[in-house]
Design a protein. Structure first.
Lengths: 114, 112
């Protein structure tokens, strides 16, 4: 069973500060996704990274996939209150016949204080 | 327009009862999923269906029975509810197993 550990579990910082969230596993994934979930809603996909070492930027968010495709990080620059939410990484593992299964990480609850 | 919808939003019931949660997607996707999110916000796959065919069944008690009447619907029936079934259940869909998953708003099930 693949296990994705996220750190930190909770993070509360002031508006304008930078932060990094980590997602680590001993398993190799074919791709890795990051989701953000707000209270009372379902997770919403932010990005998918596929290639080892890949870096993707989404405005103030920078996502990196580890070279060995076992880990990932999410860096937020100049955090804003709108960034508050639960961040979930999810690793994709190939199954038979082209199917894949997502294993979600343990989650990071981020609070940005105005 | 709601892409993935679930009913009900909240469900409070007593132990031993049988209940169903319904899910519908209007995205034309081929694959649908059920996830369970516990009180620590850990999200775990339960089932997935592709074109009405069961693909993933993750060691879920057989009290849980998914039913897909067509590829736009995936319902979840739970028999003999237990306290430990209390959680938020999310339905999701994707064009294929390899693509972005779109989640519904969740159904908060409370078993008393």
């Amino acid at each position: 069973t693949q296990l994705l550990e996220q750190s930190p579990q909770f993070l509360s910082i002031q508006e304008g500060e930078n932060l990094t969230v980590y997602c680590n596993s001993s398993s190799v994934f074919s791709s890795l996704q990051w989701y953000r979930q707000e209270p009372g809603e379902g997770p919403v996909l932010l990005v998918t990274v596929v290639t080892g070492g890949e870096v993707k930027k989404l405005k103030r968010l920078t996502f990196q996939f580890g070279d060995a495709r076992k880990d990932s990080s999410l860096h937020i620059t100049a955090a804003q209150p709108g960034d508050t939410g639960l961040y979930l990484c999810a690793g994709a593992v190939s199954l038979n016949f082209g199917n894949e299964k997502l294993t979600f990480g343990t989650g990071t609850r981020l609070t940005i204080i105005p | 327009d709601t892409a993935v919808s679930q009913t009900p939003k909240y469900l409070v019931t007593q132990m031993g009862n049988d209940k169903s949660i319904k899910c519908e997607q209007n995205l034309g996707h081929d694959t649908m999923y059920w996830y369970k999110q516990d009180s620590k916000k850990f999200l775990k796959i339960m089932f997935s269906y592709n074109n009405k065919e069961l693909i993933i069944n993750e060691t879920v008690p057989n009290r849980f029975s998914p039913k897909s009447p067509d590829k736009a619907h995936l319902n979840l029936h739970i028999n003999s509810l237990e306290l430990g079934d209390s959680a938020v259940y999310f339905c999701a869909s994707s064009q294929d197993h390899q693509y972005e998953q779109y989640f519904g708003p969740g159904t908060r099930l409370t078993v008393t």
